[in-house]
Design a protein around this ligand. Structure first.
Ligand code: ADP
Ligand code: ZN
Ligand code: ZN
Length: 761
């Protein structure tokens, strides 16, 4: 091979770095970065990858395979998206292949063992036929000559009349001749044989185009009228965007943040720019999509993770033309190839589900969205009733603009929060199983008034553990170091970490005498007990066990919305974004396990969850009430929820984070080592400590076993690296990556798994 050969570094949906292939003469000069290509790995396996770089540096290995062929007629990944992928890979310490796995719909990254299997997987867009008049015909007179020729073919004649009518816009007087215009075959109801005949006679032409999912040019809208408070907020928003690229909109639940988004979106799409609108998966409800569709019609492109692959691939291919799309979706919507983003909205920006925990890339979609906005030179709007303290600090320190909206729409008062002391109630004999008397009284009142109730319990299942009263045996998972949760309906014990399930034993397997008892409580138990107390009430439960499919999930929501259920019990799934008009009462059954969670964000999360759940109450004219059951009524977070004192919470929380050196005052990377051999694992951890300490010193904390230190037969040990804001984070990541590489190069530790989580949540 001579020195003029070209090579392409190709990113494949694998954990490895890009691989190098040779670019054959027929592709040289045609192939560019961002294009999809088909390559062969090993003797049989075919993959679709993305060309990242083209160069003439011959790799050192001997057999260099060629790029088999190019895919499609346009690039698969735009240059801005390429830049974005690179940023993610570098910041979140993963490979481009891992980013590709998250970014491209499965149908756009087929892989197969053989040519045939691979071919079967390749994405082919659906085509639609469009009919026009043959270019040799240039006037009505010439077309009339054609009609003359069709006198003896009445069906062809009729079809041509129909097409000509549709093309010229029937009903017009003296329409201009429709040069270059086309009409879809469906619209013309054109029979294949007749159409074929007219094409053969050079009267009509047919062209194939990719079927379109919507039309961004169809757009007629009346914008919502704003209330005085909203008008002030909108003005402040405009003002904010004059000075800052990012604005935080802090608006209480039900204040109409969505209405403000709608008006911002309208301005951006009117300029022909696109909008990326992120929200937590659970908040992406049919209700909200419908609301957006009413304003923006087909420009709204919802993208669910539950769409079929084919649908996702079609949407991906569709929006890359740009021109005013509004892509709404959960975190993976970040990777939709919108060419000109003018505005990024991150709704419920505090929501922990924006962080992907597993697998890599372990990215924070809100933070990524801000970076993407920067690449596009776009504005970004973060919205929440309970912003993350990270964003709050950025807004109050002047890095972002800040707009507040303190009033609910329609002057609906914020719900009144009643804190009910569980210990006190027990002492007075006013506690019945898991309910204090006041909560039961209020439920009864709501039911009598034919209004609705929502109850929040953050544990699913019937009870979090079963224990033998005789010997103290507790049912644990054989594969993980956790207790098994009891699910009563199926009479099973389940592991919420690995999915292990076993029938609940009647007799204690340890002593053979005692009968294990269910301790603590989850949503299933709440449901059962409540049904016993209110036999006539229609009760539903929304958690991961009941919302097993998209359909079931929607069904539960729809039934509640239509008033066919009276009480909805649920986990965090009920906390988000819903707008139910007849909910007057919200109960938080056990605030203690929110407050006592072992994590530095526990207080913040507890405040956010309780405030968000409370926000579901009284969204219309009927004022709402919230009952919080806790044994710590004096806990500052409970006080702050009661007073709706977000700022107080943020101030106290930031002060604590500052004194104990936690984010946002430092950056954190958690490093987890995993392996089946516990001794070896801890030896590796010690070795890693040795490697790191000279460089990171006291910034490295650990080794420490996490609360659940064995999952799926693997032991876990963790380190936490805290880096000061003033230090270069990029340099720290690079040093860390080097040390992990060094550790894994030692033969003894080769088989351990190492996971880095940057900005863990
Ligand atoms: P948020 O997102 O701040 O919780 P929403 O935007 O969902 O609040 O608004 C709460 C309710 O009030 C919705 O039903 C919405 O339609 C209604 N609403 C808010 N502002 C207006 C307005 N200006 N005109 C009409 N309805 C409004
Ligand atoms: Zn026992
Ligand atoms: Zn398990």
């Amino acid at each position: 091979m001579d020195g003029s050969s070209l090579y392409a570094d190709v990113v494949l949906p694998l954990t490895v770095a890009p691989l190098t292939f040779e670019v054959g003469a027929e592709l040289a000069g045609v192939l560019r970065p961002g294009w999809g290509v088909v390559v062969r790995i090993g003797p049989r396996k075919m993959y679709q990858g993305v060309v990242w770089r083209i160069h003439s540096e011959r790799p050192s290995f001997s057999t260099i395979r060629p790029v088999e062929r190019m895919v499609g007629s346009k690039p698969l990944v735009s240059s801005i998206q390429m830049e974005f992928w690179e940023w993610i890979a570098s910041y979140y310490m993963c490979t481009l292949g891992e980013v590709m796995r998250a970014a491209l719909p499965a149908a756009l990254k087929p892989e197969g063992f053989s040519e045939e299997e691979f071919e079967a997987d390749v994405f082919r867009p659906k085509m639609q036929s469009w009919i026009g008049i043959h270019p040799s015909i240039g006037s009505w007179e010439e077309l009339n000559d054609c009609f003359e020729k069709l006198r003896r073919a009445p069906k062809q004649y009729a079809l041509l009349v129909r097409v000509a009518d549709l093309l010229s816009g029937s009903g017009q007087k003296d329409p201009p001749f429709p040069v270059g215009k086309t009409v879809s075959r469906e619209a013309a109801a054109a029979d294949g044989v007749l159409l074929g005949a007219l094409v053969k006679k050079n009267i009509l032409i047919v062209e194939q185009r990719e079927e379109s999912v919507g039309d961004p040019s169809a757009f007629t809208t009346r914008m919502p009228e704003l209330t005085p408070a909203q008008t002030v907020a909108e003005e402040a928003l405009r003002e904010g965007f004059r000075e800052k690229k990012v604005v935080l909109l802090h608006g209480v639940t039900g204040s109409g943040k969505t209405e403000l988004y709608v008006r911002q979106i309208a301005e951006v799409v009117a300029r022909g720019e696109d909008v990326l609108y992120l929200l937590p998966e659970i908040a992406l409800t049919a209700q909200l999509i419908e609301r957006m569709r009413r304003f923006f019609g087909d420009r709204v492109v919802p993208c669910h993770s539950r769409f079929t692959d084919r649908r996702r691939a079609e949407l991906y291919r569709q929006v890359e033309k740009g021109g005013g799309w509004i892509v709404m979706g959960a975190r993976s919507a970040l990777f939709m190839p919108l060419p000109r983003i003018g505005l990024v909205i991150v709704d419920e920006e505090h929501d922990a589900s924006y962080k992907q925990a597993d697998p890599a890339p372990r990215y924070q979609a809100r933070d990524c969205a801000l970076m993407l906005a920067r690449f596009h030179g776009a504005y970004a709007l973060l919205g929440s009733a309970t912003p993350s303290v990270e964003s709050w600090l950025n807004a109050t320190s002047g890095k972002y603009g800040l707009v507040t909206l303190k009033e609910r729409y329609g002057n609906v008062p914020l719900p009144q929060v009643i804190v009910s002391d569980t210990l006190c109630a027990s002492r007075r004999g006013e506690r019945y199983s898991h309910f204090n008397k006041i909560l039961l009284d209020k439920i009864e009142e709501a039911l009598a008034a034919r209004l609705q109730v929502m109850l929040f319990q953050n544990r699913r299942g019937f009870s979090p553990y079963v224990e033998c009263g005789e010997c103290g045996w507790v049912a644990g998972c054989p594969h993980c170091n956790v207790t098994l949760t009891y699910h009563k309906r199926e009479n099973m014990l389940r592991c919420h970490y690995c999915g292990y399930a076993v029938a609940a034993p009647r007799l204690c397997p340890a002593c053979g005498k005692g009968e294990p008892e269910a301790k603590g409580f989850g949503t299933e138990k709440v449901e059962e007990e409540l049904q016993r107390i209110f036999p006539a009430a229609r009760i539903a439960r929304l958690d991961r066990d009941t919302a097993v499919s998209e359909r079931r999930y929607r069904q539960i929501i729809a039934d509640f919305e239509r008033g066919e259920t009276d009480i909805l019990i649920g986990t965090q799934m009920i906390a988000k974004g819903f707008d139910f008009s007849r909910v007057v009462l919200v109960g938080v059954l056990n605030a203690d396990n929110l407050l006592n969670y072992p994590d530095f964000r526990a207080s913040e999360r507890a405040f956010q969850l309780m405030t968000q759940v409370a926000g579901r109450a009284g969204r219309r004219q009927v004022p709402g009430e919230v009952v919080i059951q806790t044994s710590q009524p004096e806990h500052p977070v409970i006080r702050q929820v009661m007073n709706g004192d977000y700022e107080g919470m943020a101030r106290r929380e930031l002060a604590e984070r500052h004194s104990f050196f936690y984010p946002p005052y430092c950056r954190v990377i958690s490093i987890t080592l995993r392996g089946r051999d516990k001794t070896l694992l801890w030896r590796a951890a010690a070795r890693f400590g040795e490697l790191c300490r000279p460089v990171f010193g006291r910034r490295l904390l650990g080794p420490e076993a996490p609360p659940v230190d064995r999952i799926r037969e693997e032991f876990l040990v963790g380190y936490t690296l805290k880096i000061e804001r003033e230090q270069s984070f990029a340099r720290a990541r690079k040093l860390l990556a080097g040390m992990l590489e060094q550790l894994q190069a030692e033969p003894e530790y080769k088989h351990l798994t190492v996971v880095c989580n940057v900005d863990p949540q």
